[in-house]
Design a protein around this ligand. Structure first.
Ligand SMILES: [Zn+2]
Length: 156
């Protein structure tokens, strides 16, 4: 691991040229990027979303959760960014990569799938109940109540 520490830089737009050893954070666009800490120079983008990474800023240093697994890069580096430090987390096995891919897809489907359903509630509505049964009961109750009130008023 060439870089054992990451400084952070809050920016409006993520720059095209990334200084190695710097984590660039755009709060406006909800994303962060850095030059791969192994030193290969590849750009690593870590979106800050409910299903991707969570960013913790303690006022001095940055942490990213979960770990950064660059299994799509040639280097396949894997590390944790914790309090500005880069902690090597060991290489990914093919099995781990497959599991992480499906976890990521499932989390996104859960999160964004629900949002889509909310926008299309009409489609998700259950079939309307048979109209005759409940309304007849309601009418019957109202008639019965009306007669009982009528009866009480008549009693004295
Ligand atoms: Zn790398």
């Amino acid at each position: 691991m060439r870089h054992s520490r990451l400084d952070h830089r809050f920016v409006e737009h993520l720059p095209d040229d990334l200084d190695p050893g710097v984590l660039y954070i755009s709060v406006a666009f909800g994303t962060a990027s850095h030059s791969c800490c192994c030193g290969c120079g590849e750009e690593v983008v870590t979106p800050i979303t409910p299903t991707d990474w969570r960013l913790t800023y303690d006022g001095e240093t940055i942490s990213l959760n979960p770990s950064v697994g660059n299994w799509s890069l040639a280097c396949r580096s894997h590390y944790v960014i914790k309090a500005g430090r880069v902690i090597e987390a060991g290489p990914w096995s093919d099995e781990q990569i497959a599991r992480e891919r499906s976890r990521d897809q499932a989390a996104k489907a859960r999160h964004y799938g629900n949002a889509v359903t909310k926008d299309h509630t009409a489609v998700a509505l259950p079939p309307a109940p048979s109209p005759s049964v409940p309304s007849n009961n309601g009418l019957f109750d109202r008639i019965r109540d009306w007669f009982s009130v009528f009866g009480k008023e008549r009693k004295p």
